[in-house]
Design a protein around this ligand. Structure first.
Ligand code: COA
Ligand code: ZN
Length: 308
């Protein structure tokens, strides 16, 4: 049987947080419906952040209450601090992700904390989650390059990962927040993390700013990583990280791993339709490389039919 790759869809959070046009709760649920129909099982649904900082996520509690519930669907939410954690748990979340960055500059820009403060808050949230029986996932943002401080020392990432696991994190998502990582350094970092804590402890979160997100997914997969964040149609960017573009497109990630003989459980035809639905919701064109290719094939076939 083909080995499973878990695709964690983050479009509703990482994808939408940067969209200038406010997407309604109904529209978010419509995007989600398309994703679930395509076979997506892991969804980061929203974030319990300050609505002043990210107006697009102001409906977090309402959206969370209205998510279609199925045992097979794992919903998680992002929280920036203890207040976010408490709001998320009050809304019924059983899986949360905290977001410290590995650099001073990014923590200051994103959550108004120093690096050490951000890590201490993240440790507190992870300890609390463990005590409350909530799954605590931890992002380590700017794990390769920070838009303010430059390259991140992999030794810092390793030390922070160890601290977060010690505090009770059940998973660490290594994030290339501004899409500046190279597959070689991705492979090296995941190899050392997997050697220390096991590959199953980690997931990869790559942005496609410079076109290397898919190559970076593959580099991590070669080191045993089997869970990846991605965003429908490559939607996204971070409002607090200058220059960040969208995540790896979900359809590109599915196309990569299905082609390489893994099983994602996701239907690419239905996923392509879901991208169309998301385009309507955000009012702009989306789609990774796979979808551009697919659409060009459709156009070519239509032209052939016309001339036949
Ligand atoms: N949810 C909602 N409101 C929150 C909150 C949360 N998680 N955390 C703090 N607040 C509120 C406070 O209650 C306070 O409200 P008030 O002005 O009505 O009294 C206000 O926000 C300021 O609180 P403070 O603790 O001083 O926060 P801050 O101004 O330093 O902002 C964050 C810190 C973390 C709340 C804010 O920067 C934020 O939400 N960042 C999210 C960034 C993000 O989503 N990045 C992308 C994902 S990585
Ligand atoms: Zn991201």
């Amino acid at each position: 049987m083909a080995e499973r790759i878990i695709v964690n869809e983050v479009g509703l959070r990482d994808g939408l947080q940067n969209q200038p046009r406010l997407v309604s709760t109904e529209q978010k649920l419509a995007i989600l419906e398309g994703l679930l129909a395509a076979g997506i099982t892991h969804v980061e649904a929203t974030s319990f952040v300050s609505p002043k900082a990210v107006p697009q996520m102001a409906d977090a509690a309402e959206l969370f209450a209205r998510l279609p519930r199925k045992d097979s669907i794992d919903y998680s939410v992002l929280v920036p601090n203890l207040k976010g954690y408490e709001r998320a748990v009050a809304a019924g979340a059983t899986s949360i992700a905290i977001t410290p960055a590995c650099s001073e500059g990014m923590n200051r820009a994103n959550i108004n904390m120093s690096l050490e403060q951000a890590i201490q808050v993240a440790e507190e949230v992870m300890r609390k989650a463990k005590a409350d029986g909530v799954n605590g996932r931890c992002y380590l943002a700017t794990a390769f390059v920070c838009p303010f401080d430059g390259p991140t020392d992999p030794g810092v990432v390793r030390a922070l990962a160890a601290r977060m696991l010690e505090a009770g994190a059940i998973e660490i998502a290594i994030a290339d927040t501004i899409g500046a990582a190279n597959p070689r350094e991705v492979g090296d970092l995941f190899a050392s993390l997997a050697a220390a804590h096991g590959a199953a402890t980690f997931s990869g979160h790559f942005h496609d700013t410079r076109g290397l997100a898919i190559a970076n997914c593959w580099a991590a997969a070669e080191r045993g990583i089997r869970k990846f964040d991605s965003s429908i149609g490559g939607l996204g960017g971070c409002p607090f990280a200058p220059g960040a573009a969208g995540n790896a497109a979900t359809e590109d990630v599915v196309h990569l791993f299905e082609g390489a003989g893994f099983d994602t459980g996701i239907d690419l035809d239905k996923l392509a339709s879901a991208v169309g639905g998301a385009e309507i919701a955000v009012g702009s064109g989306l789609g990774g490389r796979y979808l551009s290719w697919r659409r060009s094939q459709d156009l070519r076939r239509a032209a052939q039919r016309k001339s036949a």
